[in-house]
Design a protein around this ligand. Structure first.
Ligand code: GLC
Length: 746
C-alpha cells in the first residue's frame, strides 16, 4: 500500500528490474543508493508495518512474516538484493510469540534478570555472558537487532520502566550497557541502546518535555550513552518519545548529529521509538535514519519535503546509507540458517548465575540458613514469583521458578500447614485474578491483578512453634506506559505490614528469625518495617530462575555480592526529584503514555510533570544529592553485605595516558569464599557547593576469593569523566580519588 501511495505521490512507476541492476554487497552501498528511487528510499526509512492509516504500525506483527511477535522490521527491496531486517525487544530477553499458527513447536525465550539486577552485579563480565546468551537466542530465532539495552537514568524511584534500566549513576549505567552490548553483538547480531534521551518518566511520555541544562545532560543523562557508544559501538540507537528542551528526541539534530555522531563517533543507525516523532522530514533531517514502525503520514512528509526542496536528497541518502550499512552486517543479509532451537537449558543456567550475582544482602541477622531448617514461607509473591516487568520489556518464557520451588530444589523442607494454606489460597486467588484480567487482555499497559495478601494469625502462631525460620516475600511489578504510585506500589500495604509485624513477633517470641525477600521492580519503602526483619534480601525481578537463585543465596551455597546501583531513601519525599515527578494517586488501570492525548507535535507548558518536567535538581540526583546535602538514607548507593569480610590495602594511583590507573588489593578475612567490590569516587575539596561532594569514576569486583586469599583490582579512570576537576592534565588541588565500599563509607 505504501508503495502505491508513494508511486502515486511521486507520479512515477517503480524502477524496472534489469540484469545490470546492482545487488547490495558490503562494499557497493553508494552505488546501491544511487540506483534507488525516492520511493524505495522512503520505504527503507519507514518500518514495514505501515498497514494502519496514520497511526503507529501494528507493533508486534511487523516482523510477523518471518518472526511472529517481533516488534518491527525494515522493508525488503528485492530488486536491489536488500533483505528485510527483523527488530525485536527487549532488555531482559528476546520477546517474540511463543507459539505460531498451525505449528505445535514453541518459541520460548530465556527470561533473564531485569536490567536493574544486572547493574546490581557491578560485574561487566557476567553482564557480557548474559548478553552473549541473549544474543544467541536473537541469532537462532532469526532476529537481527535486539531492541536493548534500556539505559535511562533512575532519576526518580517511581519511573515505571526503571526495572528495565540500570542506575541513578551514569558510570554504572554506561559500563553495564557496554558490557551487555558487546556480549549481544559478539553473536553477530545488533543492539539498540535506548531511549535517547532524558526519557525518565512514563506519564505522558509521548509528549512530555524534559527540561535540563546542557551541563546536567552532558554529565548525567547523556554520559551513560556516551560511555556505551565509546566502549561498544551499538549497531543502532533508539531515540526516545519525549521532547528535550522543546525539541523532540527523534527530530533533535543537536543530540543526534552534533553530539552522538560528531562528538562521540557513533557509527550506527538511529531509529525512532515505536510511534516516536511527529514530522517525517524533520526526523530524517536530524539524522534519525529509521522511523519505526512508521506510517504513511511520515512517508508523505518526506516525499513532500523533497519535492518542495526543504529536505535535500543528500539528507535522505545519508539515512539510507546508514540503514544499508546496518543491513549488510545482519544475519538476514548473510542468509544465516537459524535453527529456531537455541540452547535454552544452557541459557537458563546463565540466567540463574547472573541472578545470584546481582542479589543484594541489605540486612543480615540469621542468614545463611542451613537447608536442614524447616521454613515457614509466607507472602503471595513466594508462590507467584515476579520474574520480570510488563510491556515491551517482558519475555515469553517457558517457566518461572517461584521461591517455594526454589527452596525445595535446594533441599529445604517447608512447614506443611503453611504450604497447604497457600496451595489452597493461591488456587482461589489465581482464578479471581484471571477473571479480573480477562477483559483487559492485550492491554499490557495495565497492571495484572495481583493476589491479595491474606493469612490467618493462628497459622502464623502454629508455624512459629513448628518451623525453624520464617521467610516473607514482598512482590512489586511495574511496566511500560505507567509510573509507580507512592501509595499503591512504593509503600507496603497495610496487609503486608501486618503480615511482617505478626510473623516477626510470633517467631521472635520463640527465639526464631524472619527473613524478608524483596522481589521488586524498583526501590520500595523499607524504613517503616525494617526493624521487624532480621534479614532483608533484595532480588529485584530475577528472571525465570529466580526461585533457585534466591534459595542458593539464602542457603549460603552462593555468597551474595550484589551492590545497590541506586539509593534507598528513608522517605520517598527525601528524594530530590520528588517535587518534580508525577504523582499517581490511583491503582486503577490507565494508559498514562499519552495521558493528554496530545499526539500533535505541540510542546505544551501548562501542567508541570505532565507537559514538562523540570530537572531542577541538576547534578544532584541520587547519591550525588544525599551525600552532598547530608541527608540520611536507608541504604546508600553502592551498598551490599556479604557472608564474609574483606580488608583492603592502600590504593595505589599512577597517571597514565588519558587518565589514571588505580589499584587496590582486596583480602578475604572471613571464613567463607566471597566477592567484594571496590568503588573509586572523585572527592571534591571541603566546602565545595556547586558540585556533588563525590562521584563514582571507576569500580571493579574481585573473583570468588577463598578465605585468606587476596586479589589486586586494577581500574582505569578516564580523564574525560573528570574534566571539571582537571587543569593542565592534573587534578586541581583538593580533589582526590577515594576507594569506598559505598557512596557513604570507605
Ligand atoms: C515501545 C518501547 C520501546 C520498544 C518499542 C518496540 O513502546 O518504548 O522500548 O523497544 O516500543 O516494542
Amino acid at each position: 500500500m505504501l508503495a502505491f501511495i508513494l508511486a502515486a505521490a511521486l507520479a512515477c512507476s517503480p524502477a524496472p528490474e534489469t540484469n545490470s541492476t546492482p545487488q547490495l554487497s558490503g562494499n557497493n552501498i553508494p552505488e546501491i543508493v544511487s540506483a534507488m528511487t525516492l520511493e524505495e528510499k522512503v520505504r527503507l526509512i519507514i518500518g514495514t508495518s505501515t498497514t494502519i492509516e496514520d497511526v503507529a504500525g501494528d507493533v508486534g506483527n511487523a516482523g510477523g512474516r518471518k518472526v511472529p511477535g517481533a516488534a518491527g522490521a525494515t522493508a525488503a527491496i528485492e530488486r536491489l538484493g536488500i533483505p528485510s531486517v527483523v527488530l525485536a525487544d527487549g532488555p531482559a530477553g528476546l520477546r517474540i510469540s511463543p507459539r505460531r499458527k498451525d505449528s505445535d513447536k514453541t518459541y520460548y525465550c530465556t527470561g533473564f534478570p531485569v536490567g536493574t539486577l544486572m547493574a546490581s552485579c557491578w560485574n561487566p563480565e557476567i553482564v557480557g555472558q548474559v548478553g552473549a546468551a541473549m544474543g544467541n537466542e536473537v541469532l537462532e530465532y532469526g532476529v537481527d537487532v535486539l531492541l536493548a539495552p534500556g539505559i535511562n537514568i533512575h532519576r526518580n524511584p517511581l519511573c515505571g520502566r526503571n526495572f528495565e534500566y540500570y542506575s541513578e549513576d551514569p558510570l554504572i549505567a554506561g559500563e553495564t550497557a557496554a558490557a551487555f552490548i558487546n556480549g549481544v553483538q559478539s553473536q553477530g547480531v545488533g543492539t539498540s541502546v535506548k531511549h535517547f534521551a532524558l526519557n525518565n518518566q512514563e506519564l505522558n511520555r509521548l509528549a512530555c518535555n524534559s527540561v535540563a541544562s546542557e551541563d546536567v545532560m552532558k554529565e548525567i543523562y547523556l554520559r551513560n550513552f556516551e560511555i556505551a557508544v565509546k566502549k561498544s559501538q551499538p549497531w543502532t540507537l533508539m531515540t526516545s518519545y519525549n521532547y528535550i528542551n522543546g525539541v523532540h528526541a527523534a527530530e533533535n539534530t543537536h543530540l543526534i548529529t552534533d553530539v552522538l555522531r560528531s562528538q562521540w563517533g557513533f557509527e550506527g543507525a538511529v531509529m525512532t521509538d515505536w510511534g516516536g516523532g511527529y514530522h517525517g522530514d524533520r526526523i530524517v533531517a536530524a539524522g534519525n535514519d529509521m522511523i519505526q514502525p512508521g506510517s504513511r503520514r511520515f512517508a508523505r512528509d518526506i516525499v513532500d519535503a523533497v519535492r518542495e526542496g526543504s529536505l535535500s536528497m543528500a539528507e535522505v541518502d545519508a539515512c539510507v546509507e546508514r540503514i544499508l550499512r546496518l543491513v549488510v552486517k545482519t544475519p538476514s543479509f548473510k542468509a544465516y540458517k537459524y535453527s529456531d532451537a537455541p540452547d535454552l537449558e544452557a541459557h537458563a543456567k546463565v540466567s540463574r548465575e547472573a541472578a545470584q550475582e546481582g542479589i543484594v544482602l541489605l540486612k543480615r541477622g540469621a542468614l545463611p540458613v542451613g537447608i536442614r531448617s524447616k521454613v515457614a514461607l509466607f507472602g503471595v509473591a513466594s508462590y507467584d514469583f515476579i520474574a520480570g516487568g510488563t510491556g515491551s520489556g517482558d519475555v515469553n518464557k517457558a517457566y518461572v521458578v517461584d521461591l517455594k520451588q526454589g527452596l525445595e530444589n535446594c533441599g529445604f523442607t517447608l512447614d506443611g500447614k503453611v504450604d497447604a494454606y497457600y496451595k489452597n489460597y493461591m488456587e482461589r486467588e489465581r482464578k479471581r485474578c484471571a477473571m479480573v484480567d480477562r477483559p483487559r487482555d492485550g492491554n499490557w499497559y495495565i497492571d495484572k491483578e495481583r493476589p491479595l495478601e491474606v493469612v490467618c494469625e493462628d497459622l502464623i502462631a502454629s508455624a512459629a512453634g513448628n518451623a525453624d525460620i520464617a521467610i516473607i516475600t514482598i512482590g512489586r511489578i511495574s511496566g511500560e506506559s505507567k509510573d509507580r504510585s507512592v501509595q499503591f506500589n512504593y509503600m507496603l500495604s497495610r496487609e503486608e505490614l501486618r503480615l511482617i509485624r505478626t510473623v516477626s513477633e510470633a517467631f521472635h517470641k520463640q527465639g526464631k528469625k524472619l527473613t524478608v525477600l524483596l522481589d521488586v521492580c524498583g526501590v520500595v519503602d523499607v524504613t517503616s518495617w525494617e526493624k521487624y526483619a532480621d534479614d532483608i534480601v533484595l532480588c529485584w525481578l530475577p528472571g525465570q530462575e529466580g526461585g533457585n537463585a534466591v534459595a542458593n543465596v539464602l542457603s549460603g551455597k552462593v555468597n551474595p555480592s550484589g551492590r545497590l546501583p541506586m539509593t534507598f531513601p528513608r522517605n520517598y519525599a527525601d528524594d530530590p526529584t520528588s517535587d518534580n515527578f508525577p504523582e499517581i494517586f490511583t491503582d486503577k488501570p490507565f494508559n498514562y503514555s499519552n495521558y493528554r492525548n496530545t499526539r500533535d507535535g505541540i510542546v505544551r507548558n501548562e501542567i508541570p510533570c505532565v507537559d514538562y518536567t523540570e530537572y531542577s535538581e541538576g547534578l544532584f540526583v541520587g547519591y550525588r544529592y544525599y551525600t552532598s546535602k547530608n541527608v540520611d538514607v536507608q541504604y546508600p548507593f553502592g551498598y551490599g553485605l556479604s557472608y564474609t569480610t574483606f580488608s583492603w590495602g592502600k590504593m595505589k594511583l599512577r597517571k597514565v595516558e588519558g587518565g589514571w590507573e588505580a589499584s587496590v588489593s582486596v583480602r578475604n578475612t572471613g571464613d567463607v569464599p566471597g566477592k567484594d567490590v571496590v568503588e573509586i569516587y572523585l572527592q571534591a575539596p571541603e566546602g565545595t557547593v556547586d558540585r556533588p561532594v563525590r562521584e563514582l569514576k571507576a569500580f571493579a569486583k574481585t573473583g570468588l576469593l577463598d578465605s585468606g586469599k587476596s586479589e589486586t583490582l586494577r581500574m582505569f579512570i578516564p580523564e574525560y569523566l573528570c574534566e571539571y576537576a582537571i587543569s593542565d592534565g592534573k587534578l586541581k588541588s583538593g580533589w582526590e580519588f577515594v576507594p569506598m565500599k559505598n557512596a557513604l563509607e570507605n
